[in-house]
Ligand binder design. Structure first.
Ligand code: NAD
Length: 295
């Protein structure tokens, strides 16, 4: 890979926009494309180069990063006419950072390899704040040599850890989503419990966060949850997708995830009620409705 390859960044939403902006700040030439033109314009406002099509962004880039919502979106970005596989030169490093199904990631890697591309699955954790601050946790599946070739591109985004062959990054991310969903649900239950006992929840959550019950969920979302502020962040609709991934992958592997399956139902119910656009901490709103009539 050349010293400072041009990076094509596809998908400039809640996560992709600040990630691409961090690559610009780190000195990369970044050509951004989002199918929503206002997002591409916002990227140009942050010093990036706006591309008017995916093919224009990818043409001649040494690295292509995709950060789109779901498996079908990755399929489209990679395989559509004028997509990444049509437009990227042989040897290009293609890094999908979206959260998608592990089997889709494996297919993308294999199809890319057949076309001479080097494909990594590199989903992230850390949310919008982690993306803005460049401190994401990046779980990388793929060849070790390709992981090392991508090190300079990962550095401005966060900490990247190789976790195995193609698809392994997505499997680890699925486990991440299982833990986060369960953690939010129990923080919500603790909050409703504390409120029912008339406890000062600011002090209560603060002291809990200093002990074994402490968590990044409490740190990042505790205050907003106390005030019932559920603007995303990470949308219920996306977490619903992720719980589908983890429950299906667990079933494939023949392992039970009973608590995860239960929380998946709560997340699915929120989505069905039309709350797919709220932050996943809105699990608390569902609990409020179950627990009391007034809220
Ligand atoms: P988002 O919906 O805010 O952004 C996705 C963007 O991709 C949108 O702007 C959309 O227009 C664009 N897009 C979709 N298909 C495209 C295509 N074919 N070509 C070009 N642009 C396309 O979603 P997000 O919150 O940024 O999440 C992106 C991915 O990161 C998801 O897989 C999500 O699960 C994962 N993720 C999100 C968070 C979070 O806190 N938001 C945290 C970790 C991981």
């Amino acid at each position: 890979m050349p010293q400072s390859p041009t990076v094509a960044f596809i998908g400039l939403g809640i996560m992709g926009l600040p990630m691409a902006a961090n690559l610009v700040s780190a000195g990369f030439t970044v050509r951004g494309y989002d199918r929503a033109p206002q997002q591409t314009d916002r990227f140009a406002g942050k010093g990036g180069t706006a591309a008017s099509s995916l093919a224009e962004a990818v043409d001649g880039a040494g690295v292509v990063i995709t950060m789109v919502p779901d498996s079908p979106d990755v399929d489209e970005a990679m395989f559509a006419t004028g997509g990444v596989f049509d437009s990227a030169a042989s040897g290009t490093l293609v890094i999908d950072m979206s959260t998608i199904r592990p089997d889709t990631a494996r297919t993308v890697a294999e199809e890319g390899r057949i076309r001479g591309l080097r494909v990594l699955d590199a989903p992230v954790s850390g949310g919008e704040t982690g993306a803005v601050e460049g401190v994401l946790s990046i779980m990388v599946g793929g060849d070790s040599a390709d992981f090392h070739a991508a090190a300079d591109v990962f550095a401005p985004l966060g900490t990247a850890v190789p976790v195995g062959p193609a698809g392994a990054g997505q499997t680890v991310k699925a486990a991440n989503q299982l833990i986060v969903a369960g953690n939010i649900q129990l923080v919500a239950e603790a909050l409703v419990f504390l409120e029912a006992h008339g406890v000062d929840t600011e002090a209560g959550l603060r002291v809990l966060n200093g002990g074994l019950a402490g968590s990044t969920v409490l740190t990042r979302k505790g205050e907003a949850m106390r005030h019932r502020r559920f603007e995303p962040g990470f949308r219920i609709g996306l977490h619903d997708k992720d719980m589908g991934i983890v429950t299906a992958a667990a079933r494939e592997a023949g392992v039970p995830v009973p608590t995860g399956a239960l929380v998946a139902q709560f997340i699915g119910a929120l989505k069905a009620q039309g709350h797919g656009g709220l932050d996943h901490s809105a699990l608390l709103a569902l609990l409020d409705r179950i627990a009391t009539e007034q809220k």
